[in-house]
Unconditional design. Sequence first.
Length: 507
Amino acid sequence: MKIALDGEHLTLDQLYAAVFDRAEVELSVEARARMNASRAVIERLIDSNTAVYGVNTGFGKMASVRISRDQIRQLQVNLVRSHACGIGAPLSEAETRAILVLRANAIAKGFSGVRPVVAETLCAMLNRKVHPVIPSQGSVGASGDLAPLAHLARVAIGEGEAIYEGRKVSGDEAMRGAGIAPLALEAKEGLALLNGTQAMLALLALALREAETAVDTADVSAALSLDALRGSPAAFDARIANVRPHPGHATTARNLERLNRGSQIRESHRSAEKDPRVQDPYSLRCAPQVHGAARDALAQVRFTVTIEMNSATDNPLVFAGPAGDSGEVLSGGNFHGQALAMAADQLAVALATLGGISERRIEQMTNPQTSQLPAFLVPEAGLNSGFMILQVAAAALASETKALAVPYSTDSIPTSANQEDYVSMGMGAARRLQPMLTNLRNILAIELLAACQGIDLLTPLRTGIEARKAYNIVRAISKAVDSDRSLSPDIEAVAQAIANQSFSKLL
């Protein structure tokens, strides 16, 4: 069944289905009617020779320049060509597909003043797997993601480059091969394709999906580390969460309590004669507070993304009004990406936080002064280095991730002859999330490996039934370390299992 795009009801699950499962999309009947109504407003204004920004005027600083009626179509083509000046590595197929869905849905909302065929062309490109080659750099996240969306628009008009049937070909060849007629742009339609936040939104929405998997995985890895370090379950008592009722805190506390329920290792901690410790280090005891704060940050990001993906983000916006109303065109700033840039920064801080506390648990396990386990989790330490350099690698990744968490949304460089004098840097904020997610998955993979090694060293005591499921996933990938070997392949394999949601599904 196709996903009907109407600019009002697209969900993240539907977006992910279109991106990853190749679910087809189509323009809804209601959206088509709204688009026709707003288009009629534009046609009336053209007929009356009224000056309308981007319809019969120049763009940005050149908005005061009037364009003659016989040049209106060329104006739109020139806009697409001139703005397609992105640089850098191209966006991934998933990111490109997400942009196609989101841009079609934004236009379908019916405030762009363009014909339904514009959105229908984007839907056809997605359904027939015409993926424009979109350079990832060149957007400052205000006036929309102009350069990235211009590269998408070039393919829609039969120019530029696209990936089609596994090959990079010209946009014209891709469109013809897929049986899609290239768009012949009418007034405002080039501007409507370029003016929007859909590139940064696409990257943020996809990063959110991976981040939600990572925070669940972090709960699983923390539960295993808790047992490896013979930690106390007292900190996860629901009464503690109830008197400081942040939702994320309560969720992580429940997860940790459930995962370690029935642990023989946990029970061994209750005997003061065997273990005189009163409190665990913060990286264990405060996991609900720290992971929970990250969870709450992701919930806020999800809230922002859900609003944005069903919003009209171009300029000017066309309000058709009730039947018989001549309608109105209003210039504003809905293309500005500040909300998304700040959400991306919030997500970045959450990722750095999860990576930082995970690295601390790795240190606790590998350090014999804190672990009550063999040094670096290996028999015959000295002859063997064991997990020594895994902790070093985790420290390197955590430090790099912290540096990447520096805010983008507080930066601004004026553009377009100072007409666009405060920009969001939202695309850069979203672009840096993928390397952060990769780092975090690798840190969590190291923690999972270290925790399972620690649990093995506590045999015959066993971890809880639910936590044991995670242990078994790791051990199916990586056998216990009895003597030194390269663990790079093990880290990579466990990180891939994290990406595949093998651990997050346990929750």
